[in-house]
Design a binder for this molecule. Structure first.
Ligand code: 9WO
Length: 256
């Protein structure tokens, strides 16, 4: 049986050099070193047809800016598919502000694939036929415009890589993160016990792990209610926790 990496990212971009920094540091670098993930960068310009290696052209209908041509992107995806002998079930993700917003459950779903193809657009857009015929889904990392899809692709690589078993120190450390519980993270403290008059909550020094767990869970709920109340609708809460949130709401509503 041939040994294979857990996951391979295939990234199509005209700026492969942008990925050097993020791929050479910290968790992603270590996952690559350990053979858990592979990031294969493909320069879309290598698939251009003309001697100027053009990957963009004027928009039909006129208007400002340039649009990425379809042929180099179609050919780049085809070359990745044959080179990596990928089946039809491999996601081909286009990173755009028009895509489905990336969430932790989506990152978890993406982590179940062995191969992911990502297309990074540039200029004012990508020819619509890439969306229709090549991309199987479109992902957005947030409601803002970037200069291109590369930084968004790096964020997908980061969010997915840390879910691969062995990439982060231990499974437990990803389970406590913001969003893995559907809630915002509880406050964290380290030494010293007192810093500039500001003390670490006593419960954390108590050694009572059940009390600490309860405190953390409640702080997560408090913070989520204050900052991102819409997340509470999806979170999986016990009856006691629902009552706690209700009490916080009433307290807030009566003091305002
Ligand atoms: C440019 C533009 C100009 C005027 C009005 C709307 C506009 N949209 C865009 C645009 O989407 N440009 C894109 C630049 C073309 C494709 C790659 N680019 C990109 C991807 N910018 N931002 C992203 C992105 C990707 C994922 N999540 C958030 C943003």
């Amino acid at each position: 049986m041939a040994w294979a990496v857990a996951m391979r990212f295939h990234v199509l971009t005209i700026f492969p050099g942008m990925f050097d920094g993020p791929l050479s540091e910290s968790i992603i670098a270590r996952a690559i070193e350990r053979g858990l993930v592979e990031v294969n960068l493909h320069d879309i310009r290598d698939f251009a047809k003309d001697r100027h290696r053009s990957v963009d052209d004027y928009p039909y209908g006129g208007g400002y800016g340039m649009v990425m041509k379809p042929e180099p992107i179609f050919d780049a995806v085809r070359s990745v598919s044959t080179e990596a002998s990928l089946g039809d079930s491999v996601p081909v993700i286009l990173l755009t502000p028009q895509g489905t917003p990336l969430t932790q459950p989506i990152a978890e779903h993406l982590a179940t694939y062995e191969d992911l193809v990502m297309i990074c657009g540039r200029y004012e857009g990508v020819d619509e036929r890439v969306r229709e015929r090549v991309a199987t889904c479109e992902l957005s990392i947030g409601d803002y415009v970037l200069s291109g899809g590369e930084l968004a692709a790096m964020i997908v690589i980061d969010a997915v890589t840390r879910l691969i078993p062995g990439a982060v120190g231990s499974i437990e450390s990803t389970e406590d993160d913001s969003f893995s519980t559907g809630l915002l993270q509880f406050p964290q403290y380290t030494r010293p016990h007192v810093y500039e008059d500001c003390e670490v909550p006593e419960v954390l020094l108590s050694g009572n792990h059940a009390e600490i767990e309860r405190w953390r869970r409640r702080e997560s709920l408090r913070r989520t209610l204050e900052r991102r109340p819409e997340l509470l609708g999806h979170a999986d809460l016990t009856e006691e926790e629902r009552e706690f949130v209700e009490a916080l709401r009433e307290e807030r509503d009566s003091t305002n």
